[in-house]
Write a protein that binds this ligand. Structure first.
Ligand SMILES: NC(=O)c1ccc[n+]([C@@H]2O[C@H](COP(=O)([O-])OP(=O)(O)OC[C@H]3O[C@@H](n4cnc5c(N)ncnc54)[C@H](O)[C@@H]3O)[C@@H](O)[C@H]2O)c1
Ligand SMILES: O=C(O)C(=O)C[C@@H](O)[C@H](O)[C@H](O)COP(=O)(O)O
Ligand SMILES: [Zn+2]
Length: 368
């Protein structure tokens, strides 16, 4: 039997996350989310050939009156740009999308963030249904309504909060996800255990091999639990005025690495988002130790787990500490008092700390 797990995101901007096999072929489920007659499937050049026909055929069978078009970007973080965002808006114009139109974001986090931002802006906001196909998108980026594009100056600097109308995660799509991208998704899974739940962190340690081997039960558990943690915090704090910022654990360092490398992760010349976050989490744990907030053993434990998952845990060679620090000053958590960090204070715990001494940050960037 095909089990479909659902996680509800509550609060003022409520919606449901459905997680299960073969959901992209479920035309009735997809069509149920569409209010109007127009829909734009946004995808990338790896994912569209694999899954876009399936989604469109299912939708057409359920809604023969639908006016449906496809907009495909080349794959990769380097495409999460204002230029592609503009092209996506042009695609909505050529579709004749009315205010009850829907954007269907079929892909990983790059597609989800870009398509979500276009949906947030077209006619000041239309529906976006997230159809995540990467593990990272299933556990994190499809949920919570953060949408954005990158600038050369920094990650996600232009965007909007625009909660999706629904998230439909077809776990069968993970069969074609490259190993490296699976590991990147596991970095964000580790993040939830690290900051929210010591038991979950322990469970990941016990199931690292099963997760890497794509054991379906282990992956389904990791996806559902990650979504529950994210749903819980974004329902309480949809616009990141408070503890939603915990989800940024590892990201102050990670985003600096990504932008300093020119978002070259997908091409293999740099770290992708999940990899950069893995390095960032270890550095944030080391910073907490340096500030006397956590024992060294905790940071060692986190580093060991990420290494077992095949993730990098050190800053790539050639990146200058001072350049990374300069990029961190443009981090969205920084304020008039300076840098703000999510610091790891032991399994299942983290705290948000303002005015962190730049000297301490530079020492961690230099010596790890
Ligand atoms: N909005 C948020 O809350 C949030 C959260 C986390 C990350 N993000 C963003 O998400 C992005 C990273 O997402 P990502 O890791 O999914 O990267 P991605 O979208 O670049 O996808 C990774 C690679 O895998 C390919 N791919 C995806 N699904 C596939 C499948 N089923 N089969 C074969 N290939 C597949 C893609 O084409 C791409 O080459 C970053 O831009 C990051 O900033 C956003
Ligand atoms: O949803 C959130 O909130 C997060 O911080 C999740 C992160 O994993 C994600 O990478 C997010 O896009 C980072 O947000 P940003 O505000 O630092 O751009
Ligand atoms: Zn992230």
């Amino acid at each position: 039997m095909n089990t479909v797990r659902t996680v509800k995101v509550g609060g003022d901007y409520h919606y449901t996350i459905a997680i299960g096999a073969d959901l992209l072929a479920d035309g009735a489920r997809l069509a149920h989310m569409l209010r109007g007659r127009h829909a734009l499937v946004v995808s990338d050049g790896n994912i569209a050939p694999l899954y876009a026909d399936r989604v469109e055929a299912a939708l057409r069978a359920a809604r023969p009156d639908l006016v449906l078009q496809r907009f495909v970007i080349p794959p990769g973080e380097q495409e999460k740009t204002l230029a592609r965002f503009g092209e996506c808006l042009e695609a909505l114009a050529s579709l004749g999308a009315t205010r009850d139109a829907t954007v269907l974001a079929l892909g990983g986090g790059v597609v989800g963030d870009l398509a979500g931002f276009a949906a947030a802006c077209w006619m000041r906001g239309i529906d976006c249904v997230q159809l995540p196909t990467s593990l990272l998108a299933m556990v994190d980026s499809s949920v919570g309504g953060k949408t954005a594009v990158d600038l050369p100056a920094g990650k996600n600097l232009v965007g909007a909060f625009h909660p999706p109308r629904a998230v439909i995660a077809d776990t069968s799509t993970l069969r074609t996800l490259p190993d490296r991208e699976l590991r990147a998704g596991l970095a964000e899974v580790v993040k939830y255990g690290a900051i929210f739940d010591a038991h979950f962190l322990h469970w990941i340690e016990g199931h690292a091999e099963a997760l890497l081997a794509r054991d379906e039960a282990a992956l389904a558990h990791a996806i559902a639990l990650s979504c529950e943690y994210k749903a819980d915090v974004v329902a309480r704090d949809p616009f990141e005025h408070g503890d939603r910022a915990m989800l940024n654990f590892g990201h102050t360092f990670g985003h600096a690495i990504e932008s300093e490398q020119g978002y070259a992760g997908t091409t293999g010349e740099g770290l992708n988002h999940g990899e950069a976050v893995a390095v960032g989490m270890v550095l944030a744990a080391r910073l907490a130790t340096a500030l006397g907030m956590a024992p060294t053993e905790d940071a060692d434990r986190l580093q060991a787990l990420l290494q077992r998952l095949g993730l990098p845990t050190a800053i790539p060679v050639g990146l200058a500490p001072e350049s990374l620090l300069a990029r961190m000053r443009l981090d969205k958590k920084a304020d008039a008092r300076g840098l703000r960090f999510v610091l790891w204070t032991g399994a299942g715990k983290a705290c948000i700390t303002s005015g962190v001494d730049e000297g301490a940050v530079l020492r961690v960037l230099t010596h790890g």
